[in-house]
Design a protein around this ligand. Structure first.
Ligand code: PHE
Length: 354
């Protein structure tokens, strides 16, 4: 490249420069007019020019140097007036946006806690259908044919269409009234030792109020093996109550009746609200009822194909809502079903112990 071409190339570069940031503008100045800049290099080359041409090249190079200066001044002025992009405006005084993460339903939290407590001592989890036949819900469990629990008042019957032509209905299906029906299925389908719990939704034809609902959740438990004793039942329930409600809690058993257990008992727990001294929740008795239990009636074992001469077992059943109520002290059962997020938001696993 001769001197003319070199001058033209640098001129073009000066014209094309579009530095916008102060740093880029300074780099332009150094690159052109600095000690090793391109314009400076050409001025140095001027020394080599023969004497008779010096005048002409001198003018030309002065023009170039001025062009570089002018362009630099322009770019500098532009950079100073161009606002620096600092990203979106952040107003640190504004209230923070809270991220809504959702939470488990309190009944799910409590059910899972109950399941975990029994899983730790070797219980499996069993499930069965919510639309159940009379055999599994009642018959195999020793409910006599005229037992009031079978009554239309307590049970939601489901009519199954047997024949489309005659519109003939069958009446032997129902929404299960307890998850004992699952235990019948487990016993029918397996051989002892059986150690299982059945959590699930159950239905009873009751008027909805603060204290009752037509559907709720149960966790029922069953243990069948050789030589299972009532003492083991009591020990298991004591372990359960202490695991869920704390080591200071006591249980007591009161004789009761269920068609499928003999002997049967209601399980009371020392009131967690007042510690046993008496309050409105325990109706000043110091005790609250938490579940039913008993030794599996030999007739039920026989119904399910298990020899009662060889095996014995115990069973228990509790309402998840009842346990949740004692933990969270929610006075009205209906709240668990209304799905109001202002209610549901208050429950997290961490707050489980109230
Ligand atoms: N199935 C009973 C109920 O629903 C509870 C229960 C289970 C009682 C096992 C005793 C033994 O109320």
């Amino acid at each position: 490249m001769n001197l003319k071409e070199r001058i033209e190339a640098v001129e073009a570069e000066i014209a094309a420069s579009d530095a916008t940031s102060p740093e880029a503008v300074e780099a332009f100045r150094v690159g052109m007019l600095g000690r090793n800049g391109k314009v400076t290099a050409l001025l140095d080359a001027f020394k080599e020019v023969p004497a008779e041409e010096k005048r002409a090249w001198g003018q030309r190079l002065n023009q170039l140097k001025n062009a570089a200066r002018v362009r630099w001044e322009e770019l500098k002025a532009q950079a100073e007036t161009t606002p620096v992009d600092k990203g979106p405006e952040v107003d640190l005084t504004r209230p923070a946006l809270t991220e809504h993460t959702g939470s488990l339903h309190p009944i799910s939290i409590v059910r899972q806690r109950i399941v975990d407590v029994f899983a730790r001592i070797g219980y499996t989890v069993s499930q069965g259908p919510e639309v159940e036949d009379e055999h599994h819900n009642f018959g195999a469990l020793n409910f006599p044919p005229d037992h009031p629990a079978r009554d239309m008042q307590d049970t939601f019957f489901v009519q199954e269409l047997v024949s489309a032509n005659e519109e003939q209905k069958r009446q032997d299906l129902a929404l299960r009234t307890h998850t004992s029906s699952v235990q019948v299925r487990v016993m029918e389908g397996g051989t002892p030792p059986i150690r299982t719990i059945s959590p699930g939704r159950v239905y009873r034809n009751e008027a909805i109020s603060a204290r009752a609902h037509c559907m709720f959740h149960q966790v029922e438990g069953l243990y069948v093996d050789k030589g299972v004793s009532f003492a083991e039942l009591k020990g298991t329930l004591d372990y359960f109550a202490k695991s869920i409600f704390g080591p200071e809690v006591k249980i007591r058993l009161r004789p009761s009746y269920f068609p499928f257990t003999e002997p049967s008992a209601e399980v009371d727990m020392s009131c967690t609200i007042c510690g046993g001294s008496g309050c409105a929740v325990c109706k000043h008795s110091g005790w609250v009822e938490i579940m039913g239990c008993g030794m599996v009636d030999p007739a039920v074992l026989t119904n399910c194909g298990i020899d009662p001469e060889v095996y014995s077992g115990f069973a228990f059943g509790m309402g998840v809502e009842r346990v949740a109520q004692l933990i969270y002290r929610v006075p009205d059962l209906r709240l668990y079903w209304e799905n109001d997020v202002r209610f549901l938001d208050q429950f997290t696993d961490g707050a489980f112990r109230g």
